[in-house]
Design a protein around this ligand. Structure first.
Ligand SMILES: C=C1C[C@]23C[C@@]1(O)CC[C@H]2[C@@]12CCC[C@@](C)(C(=O)O1)[C@H]2[C@@H]3C(=O)O
Ligand SMILES: O=C(O)CCC(=O)C(=O)O
Ligand SMILES: [Fe+2]
Length: 359
């Protein structure tokens, strides 16, 4: 029986030094514990010198005949892109955004009834990566995997539950289909076909995959330039599909450009390459370092669909992408093993499974 995402942190507790959610609305000044300096995050103000020309991640129309190559190119240069004409109904995007807004508007005491435990996977809490930083992040989150019914019962009265659970279920279904389509479009651009990765069949039931939804809220912040919404990280996934509301905040990092803001484009979705896709592509696709900044006048919501393989599946570089005389850049790893490595080594996790290769 493969480990489900719900079991990943069982026996691997994540101790969060500051797991008490503040009532953000009551703070008119940024407390010291929320004030970030380059000592707290060396990449905080990273900018190239001389300053780079302004560039942005590509916006790709999925109906474009050349979409596969455009996606492949974006995965190689940015590790991120936005998509239009993705086929996800607009009402569903509005529905999940409404649900997310309603959840975070609840009083703190109510949200804490559904708090994520140290060994748990789902529920309400501070960002999981908080334990790696001395300062607190200006955000709150809610993780969902499988049916959210048990957690939602702790938040809302019975009459909301069916509707909210239906939205989550429908959203996950649509995202799953879209993620598989995007993965195959990008792999096609590398000349990789279903013959090369037998476990990742594109058949509609996608029973080799699993996922989680991460709902994020970044409240209005009195001093946004000194605060951090979600610190720089890569996702451990194959792919992450992100819906953001109409407030900017997401930034992606490029060595030659520094931090680049991803502007919200109405009705489009952001796609990030995660660490497992980086491994599968033998490092050709870059898992993108990204973070979320906050805003002085507008609160921000985002919904991340984190997508990866079932836990009995070992991910390793596709042999076709390894040079005939070279060795794979990475050892094989399951998503569970990788999440646990990430939970202890954070942004070093990818380099920990790198093969020693004499160059
Ligand atoms: C499946 C997962 C990926 C994730 C950890 C999690 O168990 C659920 C939340 C995900 C998230 C979202 C915010 C950033 C991140 C690094 C984190 O701490 O929690 C990612 C994790 C990840 O991709 O490694
Ligand atoms: O809110 C955002 O834009 C980023 C969220 C994110 O990176 C995540 O949930 O993994
Ligand atoms: Fe992320």
């Amino acid at each position: 029986m493969p480990t489900m995402l719900t079991d990943v942190f069982r026996g691997h507790p994540i101790h969060l030094p500051h797991s008490h959610q503040p009532d953000f609305t009551s703070l008119s000044e940024l407390p010291d514990s929320y004030t970030w300096t380059p000592k707290d995050d060396p990449l905080l103000d990273a900018a190239p010198s001389p300053p780079a020309a302004s560039e942005n991640i590509p916006l790709i129309d999925l109906n474009h005949p050349d979409a596969a190559n455009q996606i492949g190119s974006a995965c190689r240069t940015w590790g991120a892109f936005q998509i239009a004409n993705h086929g996800v109904p607009l009402e569903l995007l509005q529905g999940i955004e409404f649900l997310t807004g309603s959840l975070f508007q609840l009083p703190v005491q109510r949200k804490l009834k559904a708090a994520r435990s140290e060994t748990g996977f789902s529920g309400y809490g501070v960002a999981r990566i908080s334990s790696f930083f001395n300062k607190q992040m200006w955000s709150e989150g809610f993780t969902i995997t499988g049916s959210p019914l048990n957690d939602f019962r702790k938040l809302w009265p019975q009459h909301h539950l069916n509707n909210y659970c239906d939205i989550v279920e429908e959203y996950e279904e649509q995202m799953q289909k879209l993620a598989s389509k995007l993965m195959w479009l990008s792999l096609t651009s590398l000349g990789v076909s279903e013959e090369d990765i037998k476990w990742a069949s594109a058949n509609p039931d996608l029973n080799w995959a699993q996922s989680a939804l991460q709902l994020n809220h970044y409240p209005v912040c009195p001093e946004p330039d000194r605060a951090m919404g979600l610190a720089a990280h890569t996702d451990s996934t194959l792919l992450t599909i992100l819906h953001q509301n109409n407030t900017a905040g997401l930034q992606v990092f490029r060595d030659d450009l520094g931090w680049v803001t991803v502007p919200p484009v109405p009705d489009s979705l952001v796609v990030n390459v995660g660490d497992l896709f980086h491994i599968l592509s033998n490092g050709l696709f870059k898992s993108v370092l990204h973070r979320a900044r906050v805003n002085q006048t507008r609160s921000r919501l985002s919904v991340a669909f984190l997508w990866g393989p079932q836990s009995d599946i070992k991910i390793s570089p596709v042999p076709k992408l390894v040079s005939p005389v070279g060795s794979p850049l990475y050892r094989s790893v399951t998503w569970t093993e990788y999440l646990r490595t990430k939970a202890t080594h954070f942004n070093e996790a990818l380099s920990m499974i790198k093969n020693d290769i004499d160059e």
